[in-house]
Design a protein around this ligand. Structure first.
Ligand code: PBG
Length: 333
């Protein structure tokens, strides 16, 4: 017989609380789980020697010179994290971002150093010009704007130089039309047919990249990125972007930023069978860290809840500055 509520109006024979009664019961019916294997840890690599300097807006995140990388990547691997994502801070910048495709550039050297230190760790490289151009834009400038087609060649050269250094996966983030096709063609022409492409398919012009631009010294010197990165109010357009990247040969797709764009991630999951990554960007990191410092949020619970949301929304991989802490907590159980 059905039990009834006090008011006598609603039968409550179906009680959802039965499956929440104990930690064991909750574990049994849990739909999504985080694991260290889900994470990709971003690393900022700087020219120079013996440097490990904290990014002021991202406590716990450092820029490393190449000679200081080995202990860091060994720690990442020992935590069970399968991959790092590299960003470079070159010694010098110029108009055309030459440091980005220099075979001896900071990222190229870093890839070689990491592969030597921990061969099993996957190395993903960000393919973009913004860290290497004097004007801070993601491509070359012509007539006051970022020239799409002239940039494609340089992005392809960058990707090839990363692959030649030993990168396993290249991740184009410049949001130029045709960049995935150009990079695939460039890689294949040089025999790098096994190098995978993780495409930043849906990348929005987001305020949440603020702390990254301090970390990577890559803020645009004039204007902004709205003529190439996506307009935040648009969702259907993200699916078209992802569709194009898939058609151009992307092996894996990405949505970026993460927490403010979970709707996009969920829609991408419904639409695509590709492995799907999400980028939990710098501003999302700084926001939680700041609230934790003020004593307003519980660090561990907040971070694990936020990262779990990505799994629930459909991500296979999570690029996050929290990777090391989260992996440690998950191992402690
Ligand atoms: C390079 C790039 C950016 C980020 C990743 N790749 C910055 C930007 O587009 O301005 C942001 C990552 C983060 O905020 O953590 N184009």
């Amino acid at each position: 017989m059905a039990t009834e509520t006090k008011s006598g109006l609603q039968p409550v024979s179906l009680r959802m609380r039965r499956l929440r009664t104990s930690p064991a019961m909750r574990a049994l019916v849990r739909e999504n789980r985080l694991a260290p294997e889900d994470f990709i840890y971003p690393l900022f690599v700087t020219a120079g020697r013996n440097e490990k300097s904290e990014v002021s807006s991202m406590p716990g995140v450092f820029r490393f010179s190449i000679d200081r990388l080995a202990p860091e990547v060994s720690e990442v691997a020992s935590l069970g994290i399968p991959a790092v994502l590299l960003f470079g801070l070159p010694a010098e910048k110029d108009d055309v971002g030459s440091g980005g495709y220099d075979p001896d550039g900071v990222v190229q050297q870093a890839v070689r150093a990491i592969k030597q230190a921990v061969p099993s760790l996957l190395v993903v490289t960000d393919v973009c010009l913004c860290e290497y151009t004097s004007h801070g834009h993601c491509g070359v400038i012509a007539n006051g704007t970022v020239d799409n087609d002239r940039t494609l060649d340089l992005l392809a050269r960058t990707a090839v130089s990363h692959a030649a250094a030993g990168a396993d996966i290249v991740a184009p983030s410049a949001m130029m039309d045709g960049q995935v096709a150009a990079i695939r063609a460039g890689l294949d022409a040089q025999g790098f047919t096994s190098t995978a492409i993780l495409a930043y398919g849906a990348k929005y012009a987001s305020a949440f990249y603020g702390p990254f631009r301090e970390a990577a010294d890559s803020a645009p010197g004039f204007g902004d990125r709205r003529s190439y990165q996506m307009d935040p109010p648009n969702a259907r357009e993200a699916l078209r972007e992802l569709e194009l990247d898939a058609a151009e040969g992307a092996d894996m797709l990405m949505v970026k930023p993460g927490l403010p764009y979970l709707d996009i991630l969920a829609r991408a999951r419904d639409r695509f069978e590709h492995p799907l990554a999400v980028y939990n960007v710098s501003g999302e990191y700084s926001m939680i860290k700041a609230a934790v410092r003020l004593g307003w949020l519980d660090e561990r619970r907040t971070i694990l809840e936020a990262l779990t949301a990505f799994k629930r929304a459909g991500a296979d991989m999570i690029i996050t500055y929290f990777a090391k802490d989260a992996a440690r907590w998950l191992r402690e159980g």
